[in-house]
Design a protein around this ligand. Structure first.
Ligand SMILES: [Fe+2]
Length: 337
């Protein structure tokens, strides 16, 4: 399984809230991370998308999700139609914890090319991949087993893209944490991932505007005003095949259950599958702002499998959305497959 995700964050939140883990190799979201068909007219009616049901990994207790899919408008104007779409999105998040947005076929092709490029990088020898790290931006390669969830090694290997800034930038000169150059593997990889991040960033802007409208906020830009020039970042992940866990940890485990920080995570997965979401269960109270949700409920039977669907991205809220809106983000986990 291969995934990409973009975490939308805000500069106006204290940075430590963006960085719940203290391990400098774990500074960014573990979200199996993260686009959108541009249409001329918005629709408030989520469309049913045919879901391939045969990809659910064996030996996992989960129901198969039938997620709602939204077709984002080209521009998010303040209209009743967009308010209705925003409300429907919020309803879907509260019910399912996650929703899908459409990509155009061309955007889907771009995502698939990014996956191919990503796979080519991950096939390189470990010593070559390990050259692409940077201790100021904390961007670059993370080997399988280097990150922990609930004290157990995760088996995803990751390339993280943080704010890619030249060494001449005053923030880099002043040693701002997580600000610095991205140690790209090559120019082609850089170009493709930047193109993808542009698409994801545009989608994030629209999603936040629609969310503001759906929440009934007077200012449709209330959320995007907070995220302008925020510390958004992308993670490109590869999960090893089931049982190839290097003899460590739980057999077949990819990333343990956890919630994500930031405002929004926009994620794309390839056609292999392996992502699960655990929506809020009525009557349950998981206070992940008081103690870590890592590993919580990891093996219960309330998980919902998110089947891979062509030309969609998944979107789910992060922890920062809870504060202003008392909104509990979903738990997520991903396994090898
Ligand atoms: Fe995550």
């Amino acid at each position: 399984m291969n995934t990409m995700s973009l975490s939308v964050a805000s500069l106006k939140f204290p940075i430590k809230r963006l960085l719940p883990r203290q391990n400098p190799l774990s500074l960014v979201s573990k979200a199996p991370s993260v686009s959108v068909m541009m249409r001329t007219l918005a629709t408030a009616t989520p469309e049913a998308v045919a879901v391939p049901l045969g990809t659910m990994p064996p030996y996992h207790k989960a129901t198969i999700g039938q997620l709602q899919t939204f077709d984002l408008p080209q521009e998010v104007a303040v209209t009743e139609e967009n308010r209705a779409m925003g409300k429907a999105m919020i309803k879907a998040w509260r019910k399912d914890g996650i929703l899908q947005i459409k990509m155009t076929p061309a955007q889907g092709d771009m995502l698939r090319r990014c996956f191919k490029t990503s796979k080519d990088f991950f096939k390189l020898p470990a010593e070559e991949k390990a050259r692409h790290i940077d201790d100021q931006s904390f961007a670059g390669y993370i080997a399988s087993g280097e990150e922990l969830t609930d004290g157990i090694a995760d088996y995803s290997e990751i390339f993280t893209v943080t704010k890619d800034l030249p060494t001449s930038d005053p923030r880099v000169q002043n040693k701002w944490p997580c600000h610095g150059p991205c140690p790209w593997p090559n120019e082609s990889y850089k170009g493709m991932m930047n193109e993808l991040m542009t698409l994801l960033g545009e989608s994030g802007e629209k999603l936040l505007k629609l969310t503001a409208l759906g929440l009934g906020l007077a200012n449709a830009n209330a959320l995007t005003n907070m995220t302008e020039d925020g510390w958004h970042h992308m993670r490109i992940l590869r999960f090893p095949q089931v049982d190839k866990t290097n003899g460590k940890g739980k057999t077949g485990r990819g990333i343990g259950s956890h919630t994500d920080y930031g405002l929004l995570v926009i994620a794309g997965q390839d056609d292999v599958g392996g992502l699960f979401v655990r929506p809020k269960i009525e009557g349950e109270s998981i206070k992940n702002w008081q103690s870590s949700a890592a590993g919580v409920n990891e093996n219960d039977d309330k998980w919902v499998y998110v089947p891979p669907v062509d030309n969609v991205l998944t979107v789910f809220p992060g922890k920062s959305i809870r504060q202003p809106f008392l909104w509990i983000p979903p738990s997520l986990r991903a396994i090898d497959s």
